[in-house]
Design a protein around this ligand. Sequence first.
Ligand SMILES: Cc1cc2nc3c(=O)[nH]c(=O)nc-3n(C[C@H](O)[C@H](O)[C@H](O)COP(=O)(O)O)c2cc1C
Length: 388
Amino acid sequence: MAKKDAGGGGEGRGELGVRGLEKENAMAGASLHTRLCEVLDIEHPVIAFTHCREVAVAAIRAGGFAVLGEAMKTADEIQENIRWLRSQVGDKPFGIDLVLPSNAPRQGTPEELIAQIPESHMQYKERIHAAYDVPLPHNPVALRQWGGLNKRLGLAQIECVLDERVPAIATGLGSPEFLFEAAHDRGILMIGLIGATRQARHVLALGADMVVAQGYDAAGHTGAVGTFSIVPEVVEVAGDTPVIAAGGVTTGRHLAAALCLGAAGVWTGTAWLASEESDVDPLVKQRILQATGDDTTRTACISGKTMRILKCPWTEEWEKQDAPQVLKSPFQMLLSSDYLQAANDSRRADLMTEAVGQGVAFVDGAMPVREILQGMVAEAETVLGRFG
Ligand SMILES: Cc1cc2nc3c(=O)[nH]c(=O)nc-3n(C[C@H](O)[C@H](O)[C@H](O)COP(=O)(O)O)c2cc1C
């Protein structure tokens, strides 16, 4: 039973509870060693997606794989993070994730792009800021470093990860053909993140080494097909290429189900947000610990592309009848960026939000990453062991 139905108590993640697992697991004896473990040289078929490098290191040390989301970082920051990760995990592999929409403008500073936003939208933004007394951001607006703002920024990020010869690169929203070739020339694995089966066919044709089939339940940018449908659909077209299930995976039962659907492992984001190592603001962690799937919404009002996040005044206002039509990426991202930065900078819990998936109902304790990962694996082994 999810924590929120259990009155906030419960024995940990999932029906069995982490602590109750050891005994049953010893009897079950199922092994989760899949082809993904071979390809990525990992013990457990669990990939942690995170923007927090400490979470990434903890997941790798716990026997999983980690992909660090660097879409909002400059090339210099990415280089620093890659070198730091290497200093922590040695030869163990990891991935870097970039978000590179194919329709990004060729160039243009954030200010030049903001100048192209229609007056009606600027006024609506001001109306929201006034209605909720949104302060000005104190810090530089992080979203204005996004590699998807223009192709020049994206290219600088790509050059950095190629030069650093990271073990794996993941890309979502856009998959530039030249990147696949350049990565493979350097022995880098390419992970394609997709939200529709036609996109899976596209990244497979480009030579993706793995495909992440991400369902509607997922945090962040997500398509319209549920995890339970998209995973087996992609498995059917992927041939020998490992398919990794994403979207709503926060317990061992989800992991077991993903393997039953034909996935070789899982790609998880929400599961780590409230972990001990996570750098998510404690106010947001608190909301995550209390939230259920109903507290999330899938909306284009943050970035111009559909994305699942915790409901907040900004998302509520863009649902209203009189709201203008959401702009395309990257203009809607630039429009929302002041609100998001100000909410974080001023630590206004009533304004803050975060990308969160529907599996959040099972995120019920601020545990160390190792405990979360091992609990997930142990529960999956137990569940699968029940079937002999
Ligand atoms: C806080 C947060 C930020 C995210 N940002 C990105 C991102 O920058 N790039 C990306 O490819 N996916 C991003 N995602 C989506 C994850 O890669 C992953 O597909 C998703 O979290 C899986 O669903 P789950 O959260 O239900 O496990 C983000 C997810 C979270 C939780």
